[in-house]
Design a binder for this molecule. Structure first.
Ligand code: NDP
Length: 445
């Protein structure tokens, strides 16, 4: 990295001790920006890099709640309002026991550039809590969401900060959060949260958007080589919102997804995933992947290793950060994998990214390939503001157009900075310059 960029990175590490995921996300972006800063030195002036790596506001709060047995629990809640140059802070809420300040900061930082890539006037933020929803009753989930929103409500609003879902936060949780917000504010601010139910301000295609967008991005990358997804074998990780709809879109485009996973292991179904059964197990019954295997002849559950051990043409990591390391990347490459599109945020470790790029395969970082979710959230905000509702085809067509535009912006930026086909550089450079130009216009704020 150039000295000026290296210095910013060192300051981030010193100021945010122990926040390994945040350091990793910052490093990846700053490394990419070397050619951008070299070509446009004014971006390093006025401490623009120093400002972009520092959240505008960090909110950390106590979330007390009572379980069904009457025991009091205390979790920690976060909302990191990272950058509002382009619009209200926008980004999901994650409920998972691993959540800490560094994880929420890495997600919020990534969100700045992802949201800029969508070109929809949304800033970057992220939040969540170290709450583990697994095994909790409906009543416990509801009471936790209500306590979480009791504090969060004072910080958010349709023109200020608009949270959505992420790991552990789906339509059910957004419902409880919205109900509590409405009660506290005495206002039906539909645009304060996205990922809402269709009967109360949600957008058609939002549920599908992240997974669909990831696969559309993979298809766009393949198209640059005159190829398609037709007949390609696909490994997917995760079995949540993103994974399920990545599988659905891959199947629609003629590919054959053969794996999915959760934290208990991964499933290999060589005949191709039975999507109806997977949705029944995961979305309706909230079960585990073993429940799928028990009802699906020929499918097997593997409790050691990762889906990346299975030879495939395309890999779609859709579970969580750092779930695909250098060894996994080497295994995938040996098995013939030629396309990786990230549905999750930062699922590939730096060693894995290096391996994919050295091998010259098509590799899309999450901030580009999984931007369909937040893009459709912005479409939901647009419908809420206009008090209107589009049909599925309209929302889906807009999502498809946005993903194509993000792909083309990445390709163009990678070419402009001298590394054609480098989607990491392309995504970071295109996202960064959009935000940086506006930050300069707004002055030192
Ligand atoms: P869900 O909660 O719906 O599903 C997450 C899935 O990943 C579950 O199958 C879960 O298994 C698995 N998983 C989570 N953490 C771990 C872990 N530490 N080890 C192994 N498996 C794990 O979340 P989403 O599908 O919404 O999110 C998945 C990824 O996509 C995340 O990285 C998220 O940030 C990213 N993303 C999501 C967007 C969205 O619109 N929802 C938008 C853009 C990115 P288990 O249930 O066993 O924990």
């Amino acid at each position: 990295m150039q000295d000026v960029v290296e210095k910013v990175y060192e300051q981030v590490v010193a100021r945010n001790r122990g926040e390994a995921e945040f350091h990793q996300a910052v490093r990846e972006v700053l490394e990419s920006l070397d050619p951008v800063i070299a070509k446009h030195p004014h971006y390093a002036d006025n401490a623009l890099l120093e400002r972009i790596v520092e959240p505008e506001r960090q909110i950390i709060f106590r979330v007390p709640w009572v379980d069904d047995a009457g025991t009091v629990h205390v979790n920690r809640g976060f909302r990191i309002e990272f950058n509002s140059a382009l619009g209200p802070y926008k980004g999901g809420l994650r409920f998972h026991p691993s959540v800490n300040a560094g994880i929420i900061k890495f997600l919020g930082f990534e969100q700045i550039f992802k949201n800029a890539l969508t070109n929809q006037g949304i800033g970057g933020g992220k939040g969540g809590a170290d709450f583990d929803p697994h095994g909790r009753s409906e009543g416990e989930i509801m009471r936790f969401c209500q306590s979480f929103m009791t504090e969060l409500a004072r910080h958010i609003g349709p023109a200020t900060d608009v949270p959505a879902g992420d790991i552990g936060v789906g339509g059910r949780e957004i419902g409880y959060l919205f109900g509590q917000y409405k009660r506290l504010r005495n206002a039906y601010d539909a645009g304060v949260l996205t990922g809402k139910g269709l009967a109360w301000g949600g957008s058609l295609a939002r549920t599908e958007a992240t997974g669909y967008g990831t696969v559309l991005f993979a298809a766009s990358m393949l198209a640059t080589k005159g190829q398609s997804l037709e007949g390609k074998k696909v490994a997917v990780s995760g079995a949540g919102n993103v994974a399920i709809y990545a599988i659905e879109k891959a199947q629609q485009l003629g590919a054959v997804p053969i794996t999915f996973s959760d934290s208990s292991g991964y499933v290999v179904d060589e005949a191709g995933v039975d999507l109806d059964l997977l949705k029944q197990v995961k979305e309706v019954e909230r079960g585990r992947v073993k429940d799928y295997v028990e009802r699906r002849p020929g499918a097997r559950l593997v409790t050691k290793g990762r889906p990346w051990d299975v030879p495939v043409d395309v890999a779609l990591p859709c579970a969580t950060q750092n779930e695909l390391d250098g060894d996994n990347a080497a295994t995938l490459l040996r098995g013939g994998c030629a396309v990786v599109a990230e549905g999750a945020n930062m699922p590939s470790t730096p060693e894995a990214v290096e391996a994919f790029q050295s091998a010259g395969i098509l590799y899309a970082p999450g901030k580009a390939s999984n931007a369909g979710g937040v893009a459709t959230s912005a479409l939901e905000m647009e419908q809420n503001a206009g008090r209107t509702r589009w049909d599925f085809a309209t929302a889906d067509a807009k999502l498809t157009a946005i993903m194509a535009d993000i792909h083309d912006s990445c390709v163009a930026a990678a070419e402009e900075y001298g590394r054609p086909g480098d989607y990491v550089l392309g995504a970071n450079a295109a996202g960064f310059t959009r935000v940086a130009d506006v930050m300069i216009a707004h002055g030192i704020v």
